[in-house]
Design a protein around this ligand. Structure first.
Ligand code: NAG
Ligand code: NAG
Ligand code: NAG
Ligand code: NAG
Ligand code: NAG
Length: 456
């Protein structure tokens, strides 16, 4: 069967992105500050003014809008200002959270069928997320919430005029708007601001780095830089719902298009060359080796619907019609995921939490019940899940009946509060690799996508 580009995937993806990041979900920031890059003193860190016990009170968040000449501090649309948020907390504990919001590779999928958000999500509270004031794990952390609106997973340093594979624009016009993909500069501005306020001058006890979706992609590349900048006593790095599985050629095409290869966050790994054959996965393996006392973990649904859709984006970018039979199957996605995770599992400081089903992201309050807290499901992704998940995929809380497994939230808490509990020993391994299902090899799986790979 032949399918026109938008017919099958885009409505779903667009609907997902609009419900997840639509302007209607944005609430006004509680305190706002604009600053010129390099002059952060005008934007001091506000004292923490949380009033205990008041639900929804998040008065202590402040929103910052760095400004600069040109497009560098603009969102992908070239006109919405970039913003990030900060919540003060214990001086010794810092969470840096890289938000997600899709990805864009060309004009059609930026403008006509947008597959990335065009403005940062500035909600003060995200229901049942790591930002919730009643979340026990990160309650007393300082949080740098790095907004996202560049469609580039925080690794872009490019402003496109001719922003399409194959189309040509010679000057800016309503039909040919600029596309600013400067996510690298956005994240750098946020972290530079934080450091310029003096934070991190004395060594942090704990640094948590979490990236969700596109933020998780960026974190594969950024983790090394962020760990070195803050040099904490203890740290963990959490990739929430992006393993970075793409079609052959897609990563190099993206690095090239985003002008990433010359960025200081791209490491020089012998035998690999950017943009030809360097991958996110190579970078992460080097980072895990270089930071052997830091815990690295992936939280991922076994057949994450959004990651599978973005895998197919490569097909749609390069042709106007595609064979449905070329789309990725759940079985193949999960098989590739297991191969990748088996290779990570050779690193003793790596762990994984695999959830049955198709849900996308668990820590940012967009997923059903978010699984960060033990509470009933609700919210937008729940519906995506119920459209696409295996029947037991919705039972996040008990992870398909095996209540002896920790929830995502409990698991994160173990990671943060007792980091040594996440490796070694029989019990440690149960915590290090959480997965509900029959332990087996792909060849014995009979087409199932709920098994647990024997190689992890
Ligand atoms: C898409 O096509 C371009 C040009 O032919 C090619 O360079 C690129 O590798 C292709 N991308 C993918 C992901 O196949
Ligand atoms: C970003 O790209 C511009 C234009 O190509 C270049 O001049 C600049 O050095 C790049 N920035 C970094 C940090 O590599
Ligand atoms: C990368 O490392 C190799 C070997 O150490 C060196 O020859 C090369 O110049 C380095 N490249 C860059 C861009 O630093
Ligand atoms: C990656 O590409 C570089 C430059 O083209 C080449 O020298 C190297 O052998 C390649 N590495 C792998 C693992 O394919
Ligand atoms: C696949 O089928 C075989 C033979 O019926 C069975 O032993 C095995 O448990 C099945 N595997 C899974 C994952 O259900």
């Amino acid at each position: 069967m032949l399918l026109r580009t938008p017919q099958l995937l885009w409505p779903l993806l667009v609907w997902y992105l609009q419900t997840a990041f639509g302007a209607s979900s944005l609430r006004g920031p509680s305190a706002h500050c604009s600053y010129q890059l390099g002059s952060p003193k005008e934007c001091p860190i506000l004292p923490r003014t949380r009033s205990e016990g008041r639900e929804g009170d998040a008065g202590s968040w402040q929103t910052l809008a760095p400004t600069a000449e040109g497009d560098s501090m603009m969102c992908i649309d070239g006109k919405t200002p970039y913003k990030f948020q900060f919540r003060p907390g214990s001086e010794q504990k810092l969470l840096i959270y890289l938000m997600g919001g899709g990805a864009c590779w060309d004009r059609e999928h930026t403008q006509t069928f947008p597959t990335c958000t065009h403005e940062p999500d500035l909600r003060d509270e995200h229901y049942q997320s790591v930002f919730s004031t009643d979340n026990p794990t990160f309650q007393d952390f300082q949080i740098l919430k790095v907004g996202y609106c560049s469609g580039d997973g925080f690794i872009g340093n490019a402003t496109h005029l001719d922003y399409a594979f194959g189309s040509s624009c010679t000057e800016v016009s309503p039909k040919c708007p600029r596309a600013a993909q400067n996510g690298f500069l956005h994240l750098k501005a946020a972290v530079d601001w934080l450091q310029s306020t003096g934070l991190g001058k004395s060594r942090l006890d704990y640094l948590a780095l979490i990236g969700a979706s596109a933020g998780a992609i960026g974190l594969h590349i950024w983790a090394d830089d962020l760990l070195r900048r803050f040099n904490p006593l203890k740290a963990s790095v959490v990739f929430d719902s992006y393993a970075g599985i793409f079609r052959e050629g897609m990563q190099s095409q993206t690095f090239r298009s985003l002008n990433s290869c010359s960025l200081p966050i791209i490491p020089n790994i012998s035998g690999y060359a950017c943009p030809y054959n360097l991958t996110l996965q190579d970078v992460l393996k080097k980072t895990m080796t270089d930071h052997s006392s830091v815990k690295f973990v992936h939280i991922n649904s076994k057949v994450d619907a959004v990651q599978m859709l973005f895998y197919d984006v490569a097909l749609l970018l390069n042709s106007t019609s595609v064979e449905a039979s070329n789309f990725l199957s759940q079985q193949l996605y999960y098989r590739i995921l297991n191969q990748l995770f088996s290779s990570y599992a050779r690193h003793e400081n790596w762990g994984s939490y695999l959830v049955n089903g198709a849900l996308h992201t668990y820590t940012d309050g967009r997923t059903a019940g978010s699984a960060v807290q033990d509470s009933p499901p609700g919210g937008m992704n729940f519906q995506i899940g119920s459209l696409l998940a295996e029947p037991c995929g919705l039972e996040i809380q008990s992870n398909c009946g095996e209540a002896r497994l920790p929830s995502v939230g409990q698991w994160l808490d173990i990671l943060v509060s007792d980091i040594s509990g996440v490796s070694g020993g029989t019990d440690g391994d149960r915590q290090r690799f959480v997965c509900a299902g029959q332990q087996t090899r792909y060849t014995q799986a009979n087409g199932s996508v709920s098994y647990c790979d024997a190689g992890i």
